[in-house]
Write a protein that binds this ligand. Structure first.
Ligand SMILES: O=C(O)C1=C[C@@H](OP(=O)(O)O)[C@@H](O)[C@H](O)C1
Ligand SMILES: C=C(OP(=O)(O)O)C(=O)O
Length: 439
């Protein structure tokens, strides 16, 4: 699904950062919207759907399993739900491109369908660990084949019956939690997941929005199998993870303000705003409302001289995808920022501890990669060349960093930005960043 052609960008220093923006729909919510509406009893409309390659891969996989999806306009889908048992075996392997969320959630959702299918992905996804889902799902009676390393290509074999599981999850992962809960929809009895840290809870909120009872007691989430999903329309909020690039762009420019309307502020996702506040930026939230159980608001961030802080594992889980760009904020802050409890960053689209430490060093910042995080000493960004290793969030993070650089930053391998943020370059230009394809 992701482009095989490498795409390079150049980001130049300066630029008048500011203004009022909209960002595309939330990636996590768009995946779940298309998955759950495909299994609902009836027709669902999804507005502000993210058209990034990751979510298109999820929609294409559902179509390959017999779900009719009409594109009413670019970001507006009508999904004709087939009911919990209505999916058909696909006739080909399902290519999920760069998307870890698609692969892991599908493992759970498809484990109990009673047919066999194979999931593949691009080079990055083919390296990512899948045993974290296949292990607990196998305990429920699901059967998988993977490579010896536990990676994709991954075949889900037809399983007779799934049994419920009470799972104490060893890592803080919303994808693993969701995979087990989604398999639990097809299991006999009550399936529960206890999470070591709070992780994003979009699965729980959206299942409830579709009329499915999900309970939470402390850190334990549970549901009973055998129910139905009631068709419901979904308006996807703007993606806070995409907005984060512009919030950091403002935060590192004293006096600059970026305001983004209609952005999701689910409490399990707002670590980025808390980190920026603690570093000294001003964060304001207004016009708050709810959309299918998800809080949405206008968020504005105003820059100030930032200071380095400690970011521990509680905050890490609430800001997991925003950490790369927060490392750029740390590079522009006075003093040291130390991030710990972030080993999960090493198993994303790239090893984000290593790619960020290498990139920061390449542009003149002192950064020390640690097994579970990073230490960054704020300083002057000098410019140079970084390799994003095909990781969308790394490319966008250094596009933001260039603003405070002396020389331009050349960004290698940026095509995968389209997996999560189609239109990033236009949006960045609107926000005042000076980034464009390298001629
Ligand atoms: O559930 C989700 O939608 C996601 C969960 C997180 O991954 P982990 O569950 O691996 O932490 C996050 O990094 C990813 O971008 C989206
Ligand atoms: C980690 C990410 O996504 P995924 O796991 O779905 O590939 C991300 O978008 O930063």
């Amino acid at each position: 699904m992701s482009s095989a052609v490498s795409e390079d960008w150049i980001a130049r220093p300066g630029g008048a950062i500011g203004g009022r923006l909209q960002v595309p729909g939330d990636k996590s919510i768009s995946h779940r919207a298309v998955m759950f509406s495909a299994l609902a009893d009836g027709v669902c409309e999804i507005s502000n759907f993210l058209t990034g390659a990751d979510c298109r891969a999820t929609a294409a996989a559902m179509q390959a399993m017999g779900v009719r999806i009409d594109t009413l306009s670019e970001r507006h889908l009508r999904v004709h739900g087939v009911g919990m048992r209505g999916l058909k075996p696909p006739t080909t392997t399902l290519d999920l491109g760069n998307s870890g969320t698609s692969m892991r959630l599908f493992c759970g959702l498809l484990a109990g369908q009673g047919f066999e299918l194979t999931l593949t992905g691009d080079e990055s996804l083919s390296k990512r660990p899948m045993r974290r889902v296949t292990d607990p799902l196998s305990q429920m009676g699901a059967r998988f084949s993977t490579t010896e390393a536990g990676t994709a290509p991954l075949t889900i074999h037809a399983a007779a019956e799934l049994s419920a599981l009470d799972y104490v999850m060893p890592m803080a992962s919303a994808q693993v939690k969701s995979a087990v809960l989604l398999a639990g929809l097809y299991a006999d009895g009550c399936t529960a997941v206890t999470e070591p840290k709070v992780t994003r809870d979009h699965t729980e909120r959206m299942l409830r929005g579709f009329g499915y009872a999900v309970d939470r007691e402390g850190s334990r989430v549970s549901l009973s199998g055998g129910g139905q999903l009631r068709a419901s329309n979904i308006e996807v909020p703007g993606d806070l993870s995409s907005a984060a690039f512009f919030f950091v762009a403002a935060a590192i420019q004293p006096g600059a303000t970026i305001r983004i309307d209609n952005v999701g502020i689910n409490p399990t996702r707002v670590g980025v705003l808390e980190v920026l506040r603690r570093m000294g930026a001003q964060v304001e939230i207004s016009a708050q409302r709810e959309s299918m159980g998800e809080p949405v608001a206008t968020v504005s961030v105003t820059g100030a001289p930032l200071k380095g802080i400690e970011i521990d594992e509680d905050l890490v889980a609430l800001a997991i995808d925003e950490l790369p760009v927060l490392f750029v904020a740390a590079a522009c802050a006075e003093g040291e920022t130390v991030v710990s409890g972030a080993e999960e960053l090493r198993v994303k689209e790239s090893d984000r501890v290593a790619t960020m430490a290498d990139g920061l060093q390449a542009v003149g910042i002192e950064a020390e990669a640690r097994p579970d995080g990073i230490r960054i000493v704020g300083g002057q960004i000098r410019g140079g060349e970084i390799n994003s290793h095909g990781d969308h969030r790394i490319a966008m993070s250094f596009a933001v960093a260039a603003q405070r650089s002396i020389e331009p930053i050349v960004l290698r391998d940026c095509a995968n930005v389209a997996t999560s943020f189609p239109g990033f370059l236009e949006c960045a230009t609107q926000a005042g960043l000076r980034v464009e394809p390298l001629a």
